[in-house]
Ligand binder design. Structure first.
Ligand code: ZN
Ligand code: ZN
Length: 411
């Protein structure tokens, strides 16, 4: 018997280093995880360099790598993937950007880079989208709200470059720098000039918008400007379904992960209450994955909160969230014909509050898998497993082989 469906559960940033707050255990070692440990006991384990040994992955580059899209050739910056994640239809060659709504004082200085963490930006975004005109540049503008104070912008037009600086001063109390081309090229110059025009027009629209006047009256920071960064040209992604002959879905709270999934042709499944934090709707995400597995060959489920706890340096919080995840994923154990793959996209050690290149623990459980001696899912135990240490680029080939979707190499 072989499995015929795949759940790839990526517990974002879950792996770690020894934490003094946890008697020098990692949060995965310290957490009580009967379900993950059972998966390890019934599966084959290993550790994985999601991009390569010693390379500190971003969540974007590591997800691309795990899906079999080498970031060295496929990754063109975060902007275009964020734009896809907000629902903008990005075609190869379009330029995408990440945006923040922010607050300027009367002198034009940035006083809040997140506009009081505004979250209801739909009206503002619509007003900007309808009001800004870049037709003198031959550019069609697409602008969408993301989660919270975030948004994404895309330009469609000829002769545009993506090597441009940001207008984000990165700190409060100073004015926004103008956009600059980072190379001596007419294409980059055109994009920089168009971005300056976009922000000038958007600022005028936002300044007089009723929602902002109302916020000011209530003592809240108005969202009266837009900070733009992460410029990149949309790449050309061969569809996942053609690469592997598998239909698939993506379930994630983060716009970026949804953008990556959608870019490779996975179906995006929104889940109410999915926040990307430790207060996320775990059972809602698991239920959505179970439903998708009824019709799809492959489901990518990303759970983000452990990464956030790592960035905040909160080892105990990270351990406790791992226990919540463990309880929530139990229903996957009884899905017939399922190849259950659990890993992280990178380590986010609490001690460094950022991603590290430490390899992540990996387990694969399903019909036909060679079961090794590993009995618990953590960084140290999995290193003893039958998969040994593999690069992230090997994951999809191994998965496809285990579900009998590979063809023989040679006679
Ligand atoms: Zn990540
Ligand atoms: Zn992170």
């Amino acid at each position: 018997m072989t499995a015929d469906r795949v759940l790839l559960l990526i517990i974002d940033g879950v792996s770690d280093r020894p934490c003094p707050d946890l008697r020098n255990l990692t949060p995965l070692q310290a957490a009580k995880t009967p379900v993950l440990d059972r998966i390890a006991a019934e599966g084959i384990c290993g550790i994985m360099d999601t991009i390569g040994p010693g390379i500190r992955p971003g969540s974007d580059t590591s997800h691309l790598s795990l899906l079999g899209y080498p970031p060295e050739s496929c990754y063109t910056g975060r902007g275009p993937l964020e734009a896809v994640g907000t629902g903008i239809l990005m075609e190869p060659g379009m330029i995408g950007f990440r945006c923040n709504y922010a607050t300027l004082d009367n002198a034009g200085r940035v006083i809040d880079r997140r506009a009081g963490r505004i979250h209801d930006t739909a009206d503002l975004t619509r007003a900007v989208m309808d009001g800004v005109d870049l037709s003198p540049f031959g550019i069609e503008v697409l602008f969408r709200s993301g989660t919270g104070h975030r948004a994404a912008l895309a330009f469609r037009g000829r002769g545009l470059g993506a090597c441009v600086s940001s207008n984000d001063p990165k700190k409060d109390g100073v004015r926004c720098p103008p956009f600059r081309p980072l190379r001596d090229s007419p294409a980059d110059r055109k994009t920089a000039d168009a971005l300056d025009s976009f922000v000038r027009q958007a600022d005028a629209i936002l300044a007089g918008h009723p929602l902002n006047r109302n916020r000011s009256k209530r003592g809240l920071a108005p969202a009266n400007t837009i900070l733009i960064r992460g410029a990149g040209e949309m790449g050309d992604f061969p569809p996942f379904s053609e690469r592997y002959g598998l239909s698939g879905s993506v379930i994630a709270a983060a716009t970026l992960i949804n953008g990556i999934g959608t870019s490779v042709g996975l179906r995006r499944v929104p889940v109410a209450g999915a926040t990307g934090s430790i207060d996320t709707n775990l059972s809602g995400k698991v239920d959505a994955a179970l439903t998708e597995l009824e019709t799809q060959d492959f489901v990518l489920l990303n759970i983000k909160g452990a990464d956030e706890a790592g960035h905040d340096g909160k080892a105990v919080e990270k351990r406790d969230f791992i226990e919540l995840i463990d309880a929530a994923i139990e229903p996957f154990l009884s899905v017939q014909g399922l190849l259950l793959v659990v890993c992280a996209d990178h380590s986010t050690p609490c001690s460094i509050r950022d991603h590290s290149a430490d390899p992540v623990p990996l387990v694969i459980r399903g019909d036909g898998v060679r079961i090794d001696a590993v009995r618990s899912y953590d960084e140290i135990a999995c290193a003893q497993g039958g998969l040994n240490r593999i690069p992230g680029s090997a994951l999809m080939p191994i998965i496809c082989d285990l579900i009998n979707r590979t063809t023989k190499y040679g006679a």
